[in-house]
Design a protein around this ligand. Structure first.
Ligand code: PBG
Length: 320
C-alpha cells in the first residue's frame, strides 16, 4: 500500500486542521529607533520600512501597533551626544528614559523592553568602556547596571543587556534588586554572535565601532557548545528570558536551547536578515510570503518570542 501524506494537504481547511506550528502577533517584539527632535518620522535608508521616530511620535506608533495585536516593543536610542563613557546611556533624562516614560504614560499596557548597551552612546562605538584601547569587562559592568536601573526608574518592564560582557546579568540583577526594582525582568542576549547581519542596524543606530570589531566580546559563529554555556551562565546569574541572536543562521541553537531550558526562549531576526528579504521582495525576486516562511521557521525551531522588524508585515499577511 502506498503512503499518501497528500490526503492531509488536499484542502485549505484540512491543512489548517493539521498545521503543527502557530505564530501570532502576540509572540512578536517590535524594535523602535528613537531619535532627538520633534515630529520626526524618517525612513531608515539601510532598513526600508523602518523609521527613526522622535519621542512625541511614540504614542501614536505604539497605538497603531497595538491595534495589530503587537503589544511589545524594544527600544533603541540615538542620543544627541556621544562621549567616551557613554553617559547618554544612563542619563536619567536620556533619550531612552524619556521614550519609556512617554510610552508608559500614553499606553501603559505596552510591554516596554529596553536594550541595555553602551555602543550607541560611546564615541568609540564599543559596547563597553575602553581602558587602554581594550574593552574592560569589569569596569563596564557598573555602567551597564546603572543604565538598566535608569530604564527601570523610567518604567521599563524588561531590560535586555546586549553587550556580551561577562557577569552583566548578575550585576544588573543585583543593582535592580538593591534599588527596589525586583519586579523588572531581564531578557538576556545570551548567545549573541559577532555577525555581519547587524550591518543595517549599525547604520540605523549609528553604533558601528570606530576601530576594530566586536569579536573580543561577541561570539564566534563557529561555536555552538559555547552558546549553551553562555545560556547556562545567564540563567545562573538570574536571566528570566534567554535569547539567541541572530536567528536564521542559528536555528540549530534555537532548537537546542529550547530543549535545554525551562524559561522562554527569544530569537532576534536581525536587521541584515530583514533588509535582505525586503530588498529581494522589492526587486520582485521573491513573493512577500517569504516573510511568513522566515518567521515560522524561527518559531518552528523553538522560539517562544521573536524580535523582528516584520511585525506590521506579519500582521497584514497572517490569516490566523
Ligand atoms: C547593541 C545591539 C546591536 C543589535 C541589537 N543590539 C548591534 C550590535 O551588537 O552591533 C543588532 C540588531 C540588529 O541587527 O537588528 N549592541
Amino acid at each position: 500500500m502506498i503512503q499518501r501524506p497528500r490526503r492531509l494537504r488536499r484542502t485549505p481547511a484540512i491543512r489548517e486542521l493539521c498545521a503543527e506550528t502557530d505564530l501570532t502577533p502576540r509572540h512578536l517584539v517590535q524594535p523602535l529607533f528613537v531619535v532627538e527632535g520633534k515630529g520626526v518620522r524618517n525612513e531608515i535608508p539601510s532598513m526600508p520600512g523602518c523609521y527613526h521616530l522622535s519621542v512625541d511620535q511614540l504614542g501614536k506608533e505604539v497605538g497603531e501597533l497595538a491595534t495589530l495585536g503587537l503589544r511589545s516593543v524594544i527600544l533603541f536610542g540615538l542620543p544627541g551626544n556621544k562621549d567616551e563613557v557613554g553617559s547618554g546611556a544612563y542619563d536619567p533624562d536620556g533619550i531612552i528614559q524619556r521614550a519609556v516614560k512617554e510610552i508608559k504614560d500614553r499606553r501603559p499596557a505596552t510591554v516596554v523592553i529596553t536594550d541595555v548597551c553602551l555602543c550607541e552612546y560611546t564615541s568609540h562605538g564599543h559596547c563597553g568602556l575602553l581602558v587602554g584601547g581594550q574593552v574592560d569587562n569589569d569596569a563596564s559592568l557598573e555602567l551597564l547596571a546603572r543604565t538598566a536601573r535608569s530604564h527601570a526608574q523610567a518604567g521599563a518592564d524588561l531590560v535586555a543587556p546586549s553587550d556580551m560582557m561577562d557577569g552583566r546579568v548578575a550585576a544588573i540583577r543585583d543593582e535592580l534588586d538593591a534599588s527596589g526594582f525586583s519586579e523588572v525582568a531581564i531578557m538576556a542576549y545570551s548567545a549573541k554572535y559577532a555577525s555581519a547581519f547587524y550591518g543595517p542596524f549599525r547604520d540605523a543606530a549609528r553604533s558601528a565601532p570606530q576601530s576594530g570589531d566586536r569579536r573580543g566580546y561577541q561570539m564566534d559563529f563557529r561555536n555552538g557548545r559555547e552558546a549553551l554555556k553562555e545560556i547556562a551562565l545567564d540563567l545562573d546569574e538570574g536571566a528570566d528570558i534567554v535569547m539567541v541572536k541572530p536567528a536564521l543562521c542559528y536555528l540549530d541553537l534555537v532548537r537546542q536551547v529550547r530543549d535545554l531550558v525551562d524559561v522562554p526562549v527569544a530569537a532576534y531576526n536581525v536587521s541584515g536578515e530583514y533588509t535582505m528579504v525586503v530588498k529581494a521582495i522589492r526587486e520582485g525576486l521573491v513573493d512577500e510570503r517569504i516573510i511568513l516562511e522566515v518567521l515560522f521557521s524561527i518559531r518552528r525551531a523553538g522560539a517562544d518570542i521573536i524580535l523582528t522588524y516584520f511585525g506590521r508585515d506579519f500582521a497584514r499577511l497572517y490569516e490566523g
